[in-house]
Design a protein around this ligand. Structure first.
Ligand SMILES: *Cc1c(COP(=O)(O)O)cnc(C)c1O
Length: 384
C-alpha cells in the first residue's frame, strides 16, 4: 500500500514540467492592462512615433538615470545606430567579446567596421579586461562590453582603458535592464548603451523593440534622425538614414511593463539565490556574482563537464534548458573572414561546451526550482 502510494507520488512529481521561460504566466498577470493600452493605441491611429513612444523614452531614460533615450526597432538597431552616431564605419575597429549573442558583432560589421574579439574572464562570463590593451590599435574607435546574462561587466576598468586611449564605450545592455554596477544602472556608465525589448528579455515587448540611452544630446539627436530616414524635418533628409523606428503600439505595452520591472528583477534575484543555495555541493558549477554589481539574472547559467548528458537527463524529466551560446562569435561560419581559429579564445570555447541555462523567469516558483535542483542532484548520483 505504502509502496503504491510512494510510486504514485513519484510519478506525479516526474510529470511536473518546468518551462525555460513562461511568457504566458506574465501575460496572464497583465492581460487587462496590456489589452487596454493596445486598444487605446489602435483607436488613436497614432501608429508611427506617437506620443506613447516619446513618453516611454522619457520614462526609460529616467529609469536608467540618463538624460536621453531613443526608441528603435530592436537591440541590434540600437547597437548599430549608436556606433553610427559616433561616426564609426569602414576602416575602424571595435572591440567586443567572443561569448555573446552574435548581434553584438553583427552590429559592428553592419557599419563596415571590424569586430575585434577578446576572451571572457574565468569567473564572470564577461569581457576579460586584462586583454583589452593588447588588442588596441590606431584603428580602434570603441569598446562594446556586454553585460551578459544580466551581470554588469567591469565598467571601472573598461572606462579607464577607454579614457586613456580616447575610445567610445557602448554598453550592450540587452540582457541587463535594471542591473546595477556600483549603484549605477547598466546603460548609464558608458557613452551610450543599447537595450533590446525582444519578448523574452527582462523587459520585453509583444514583438521587437529596442532603445539607445545616452547623456550626449548630439548622439541622441543623431539617432533620432538615423532611425527616421535621416529627417530633421519632414521630407528634408540631412543624412542617409534608415527605418528603425519603435512602434507606438510596442511603446504603449512597454510602458505598462516598465512599472513591473523592478519587482520582476527582484523575483529573479530571489530565484538565483535559491538556486545557488540548493545547488551548492552539487556537481554543477554555479555562477558567481561580483560584490560591485547587482545583477538582474536574465539567465541562470551553470557549468557541467557532462553538459550534453545533463541536458538530456533534464529534458527526460520535462525540464527545459538552453545554451547561451553554443558557438562563440569567432567560430561562427558567418565570421570565417575575420580569420580567427579554434584555440584563439580558450575560455569562451570551453564554456560554450559546458554552459547550461536553467529555467529562469520572474513567475518561476520555489517549488519548481526545488524540482529542477532535485533532478540535477539525482543526475549527479546516478551518472557521475
Ligand atoms: C537580444 C540581444 C541583442 C539583440 O537584440 P534584438 O532586439 O534581438 O535585436 C544584442 N545583444 C545581446 C547581448 C542580446 O542578448
Amino acid at each position: 500500500m505504502m509502496e503504491r502510494l510512494m510510486s504514485v507520488v513519484t510519478t506525479a512529481r516526474n510529470m511536473v514540467s518546468v518551462p525555460f521561460v513562461d511568457l504566458q504566466a506574465q501575460y496572464a498577470l497583465l492581460s487587462d492592462e496590456i489589452e487596454e493600452t493596445i486598444l487605446r493605441s489602435l483607436r488613436s491611429t497614432d501608429y508611427i512615433l506617437g506620443d506613447e513612444v516619446e513618453i516611454f523614452e522619457q520614462e526609460f531614460a529616467a529609469y536608467c538615470g540618463t538624460d536621453f533615450a531613443v526608441g528603435v526597432d530592436s537591440g541590434f538597431s540600437a547597437l548599430e545606430l549608436a556606433l553610427r552616431a559616433y561616426g564609426i564605419g569602414p576602416g575602424d575597429e571595435v572591440i567586443t567579446v567572443a561569448n555573446t549573442f552574435v548581434a553584438t558583432a553583427f552590429a559592428i560589421s553592419s557599419t563596415g567596421a571590424t569586430p575585434i574579439l577578446v576572451d571572457i574572464a574565468f569567473d564572470t562570463f564577461n569581457l576579460d579586461v586584462n586583454q583589452l590593451e593588447g588588442v588596441i590599435t590606431p584603428k580602434t574607435k570603441a569598446i562594446i562590453p556586454v553585460h551578459l546574462y544580466g551581470h554588469p561587466a567591469e565598467m571601472d576598468c573598461i572606462m579607464d582603458v577607454a579614457g586613456k586611449h580616447g575610445l567610445i564605450v557602448i554598453e550592450d545592455a540587452c540582457q541587463a535592464h535594471g542591473a546595477r554596477y556600483r549603484q549605477q544602472r547598466a546603460g548609464s556608465i558608458g557613452h551610450a548603451a543599447a537595450f533590446s525589448f525582444y519578448p523574452a528579455k527582462n523587459l520585453g515587448a509583444c514583438g521587437d523593440g529596442g532603445m539607445v540611452v545616452t547623456n550626449d544630446p548630439r548622439v541622441a539627436k543623431e539617432i533620432r534622425m538615423l532611425r527616421n530616414y535621416g529627417q530633421r524635418e519632414k521630407y528634408l533628409h540631412s543624412v542617409q538614414g534608415y527605418n528603425r523606428r519603435l512602434d507606438t503600439l510596442q511603446a504603449s505595452v512597454l510602458r505598462v511593463k516598465l512599472r513591473h520591472l523592478d519587482d520582476w528583477n527582484s523575483e529573479r534575484r530571489n530565484h538565483a539565490e535559491l538556486y545557488g543555495r540548493l545547488l551548492g555541493g552539487s556537481t554543477v558549477e554555479i555562477p558567481l556574482t561580483s560584490q560591485l554589481t547587482e545583477p538582474v539574472w536574465h539567465l541562470y547559467v551553470v557549468r557541467s563537464t557532462v553538459r550534453a548528458k545533463l541536458q538530456a537527463w533534464l529534458d527526460e524529466h520535462n525540464i527545459s534548458t538552453g545554451i547561451h551560446y553554443p558557438v562563440p562569435v569567432h567560430l561562427q561560419p558567418a565570421y570565417r573572414s575575420l580569420g580567427y581559429h579554434r584555440g584563439d579564445f580558450p575560455v569562451s570555447e570551453r564554456y560554450c561546451e559546458e554552459i547550461l541555462s536553467l529555467p529562469m523567469y520572474a513567475e518561476l516558483s520555489p517549488t519548481l526550482i526545488e524540482r529542477v535542483v532535485e533532478v540535477i542532484v539525482e543526475f549527479g548520483q546516478d551518472k557521475p
